[in-house]
Design a protein. Structure first.
Length: 368
């Protein structure tokens, strides 16, 4: 159930606030210094926040937070009477402990949130650490796998969308995390793949598969930059030309640019002399800090303004507002109807009908 906000107090306006939340089950067991995972909407990212105080008698917990990113900015817009979507719906909770007493307390704490099945999985500390790494590395592996398949599809004339449907319909594989794109980024997958590689090597194991996952991802981050350079090579290269770019965050619904593919793309193209004019709905400020010393990069707050007099448009992040843009407007602003799609948001045949030269990931191109 959504968790209602009983009281909200602004400590530093726009920067720091205090929330009192109605969470009786947690209030009975938790203590100041523990943390909870909050999520503002069913599709939003989960963020860890520290519990500042608890009141078991009234069934409340108090949280003090800083407004640092998109999720805490959304949290700041909520008021008394509003509700946080959840911090009580994990798929599972992995607990690493050698203490049976700690395990018993945690089972009791999570019992109200696991009425249909046991969500708390207790194991030794080493196994819990390995579980965390292995889970993220498995997901990263699926991403690198489908990206490599997409690259092969481009060379042999297959359509990765059809291939994805064919393999995803197999219940042993499933559809999750087999969307081809510009490569994974963020704070978790890159860090955990690197960490498990180092752990393996320290133990005398050569992590051949994990090394391949990381290598494929590094290659994929540069893939669209290379395709853009290949396209303009017969026209004297990309130097002096301008690319409009939609999306800078490593994924939609966040302002996080850590290990984002956009950084690799921008750095590769500007190194070749191309100008980048970019837009992102929430990551613009982070992008300005990252690229502040790159004179060839301009970050605008106008989605269509970045297209004006640009030689091509590249879509990097799958924001919803990019899924159904005003293509006629885009076409009128670009010097040529040329679109590179790093997220396969559009149909090649539909883009051809609109008069665009269209290049995506692992699918047939549309030329005019």
């Amino acid at each position: 159930m959504p968790t209602p906000i009983l009281h909200k107090e602004s400590l530093i306006p726009g920067k720091t606030s205090k929330l009192v939340l109605h969470a009786p089950h947690i209030a009975q067991k938790a203590h100041p210094g523990h943390f909870v995972m909050l999520r503002m909407s069913p599709t939003g990212e989960r963020i860890p926040l520290t519990i500042a105080d608890t009141d078991a008698a009234n069934g409340t917990i108090t949280i003090v937070y800083l407004v640092l990113g998109k999720s805490t900015a959304l949290l700041e817009t909520l008021k008394e009477g509003d509700a946080i979507s959840d911090f009580m719906k994990p798929d599972r909770v992995v607990l690493g402990t050698d203490s049976e007493r700690a395990a018993s307390i945690m089972r009791e704490l999570y019992a109200p949130f696991a009425r249909t099945r046991e969500k708390l999985i207790v194991m030794r500390v080493r196994s819990a650490e390995m579980t965390k790494y292995a889970a993220n590395c498995m997901l990263a592996t699926k991403i690198s796998f489908i990206n490599e398949i997409a690259t092969i599809c481009e060379k042999v004339g297959a359509d990765v969308r059809d291939v994805r449907t064919g393999i995803g319909s197999d219940s042993r594989i499933g559809y999750q995390f087999i969307y081809p794109g510009v490569g994974y980024g963020g704070s978790c997958f890159p860090k955990d793949v690197k960490a498990l590689i180092q752990t393996a090597e320290s133990a005398g194991v050569e992590p051949m598969l994990l090394n391949a996952v990381e290598a494929v991802n590094a290659r994929q981050k540069k893939h669209m930059a290379e395709r853009i350079q290949d396209y303009f090579a017969p026209q004297g290269g990309v130097k002096g030309k301008t690319l409009a770019l939609w999306g800078l965050a490593f994924k939609a619904n966040t302002d996080d640019m850590r290990e984002a593919a956009s950084i690799s793309i921008v750095n590769a193209l500007t190194a070749a002399g191309m100008k980048i004019r970019a837009f992102d709905p929430v990551a613009a400020d982070n992008a300005r800090r990252i690229f502040k010393d790159n004179a060839l990069v301009e970050i605008l707050d106008d989605q269509y303004g970045v297209c004006r007099d640009a030689q091509a448009l590249l879509v990097v992040t799958e924001w919803n507002q990019f899924r159904n843009p005003d293509f006629d407007r885009v076409k009128s602003l670009l010097t040529a109807p040329l679109l590179f799609d790093g997220r396969n948001l559009y149909s090649p045949s539909a883009m051809a009908e609109r008069g665009f030269a269209y290049f995506c990931i692992g699918r047939p191109t549309a030329a005019v």
